[in-house]
Design a protein around this ligand. Sequence first.
Ligand code: ADP
Length: 469
Amino acid sequence: MIERGDTLLAARGLTDAQDRLVTADEPLAELQLACGGDLPGVLAVPELLVLVRQARSMDLRIAREFAAHDGDDRITGFARVHPRGGEDGEGCELLVENWQRQPNALAGASEFAEQLDAIDRASAEASGRLDAAQRVQLVSAAAPDARELEAAISREPGRTWTDYVTLQDVAHRQPLHWRLLDGSHCTLPGSQRHWRVRLLPLGSVSTAPAGFEWLLVPEEPLSGIHSTQDSEDDAAAGHSRLIGSALTPVLRQPIARIIANAETIRSRLAGPLREEYTEYAGTIAAAGQHLSGMLDDLADLEVVETPGFSTAREKVDLADAARRAAGILGVRAQARGITLDLPEEDEGCQARAEFRRVLQILLNLIGNAIAYSPDNSRVTVRTHESRNGRVAISVADEGPGISEEQAARIFDKFERLGRDNDGGSGLGLYISQRLARAMDGELTVTSRESVDDGCGALFRLDLPTFPAR
Ligand code: ADP
């Protein structure tokens, strides 16, 4: 432990220009080894590697909450990453404070909600930290159109975050319970884009959180902003975003209230309660979370169906995206004894695509492979080198596979191939295929009949290579 000023730092580490962890204090060193890394060696904690890479490549200071896993234990902390230019190399200084270990995080954790949080963390283009009263303590902007917000906060620090942005769908007077603000939409000064706000509580959710991780996730890529004329054309053609702009805001708050109240009851904060009633409350909270996830799927559906929907064209390392998706789903796979067999570290396979959309597709494919395969089986993810200017990534499992007849309709909207009651929406593959096509790619499935060894399902995402040929 190191003391610096009045802040207690739990661990400090240094990385080099290749993102190798060169030195690290305990418990960071211990986590690096537990995640299969060496010291010195490439940073093996995927959640920290993302931050370090981002900070180094963009020469940007990042301060963000992270969560990682050591076996069944969940490790959370607040990471500050500072690029170190100049003589001592081009790596970063990594400081982790508020290090916490929760044993057996599997029990009771809402995997679905965690997965959404992880996607939002990976795609947030501005983030920071709020205190318990939702006042901004720190902010860092990765996107150029969030810099004005950052500047406004440093000019007049210490105010509630809602003072710095314009909320779209919240008419109530502030301050509101954080649950009612989590997921709300806003605009930022100096940005033409629409943003979604995430407030992720630090510390215990059931009692008052100690503060919040504050994420601002853009609703569209910087390069894909529609001109006003486009939006008017869309509206004239009847393509207004009914779900995202009308239904979601109206439904989100009551659903958030249901979840908040059910959680209060479950944790017995409202008073003593018989065991079975706390279980009912848990079921209500889980159903509320499912509904809220459905709402996100529907809003996504609407976005991909908007005429002229476009995605960013950036360099995406497919193997890296696969490892991140696997990092997010690792706990779920582990719980069922499923092995995730991933592309090798050095297998660089670059696509021209939008990173968060590729991550979303891979989370859907690998999530399905885990959900629809037997316990103790293997899910194999492989990248495929460029052919005719294309690269690809495939996800194969050892489940029942897809018949030719099923393959013909598996990408249809709401198609679940006869399944019900296990929490799916039947929208994942439809949305994924639309996303793939928006990136000039394709998502396909190989049927059982056309593979010799009669193995499980095999999905393949093809994308243009980077740079385009
Ligand atoms: P959801 O999983 O929410 O139902 P998806 O669109 O992702 O929606 O998948 C549609 C259906 O395709 C699933 O309900 C399931 O029946 C089938 N499916 C998807 N992936 C697989 C797989 N890897 N193995 C077997 N069936 C699958």
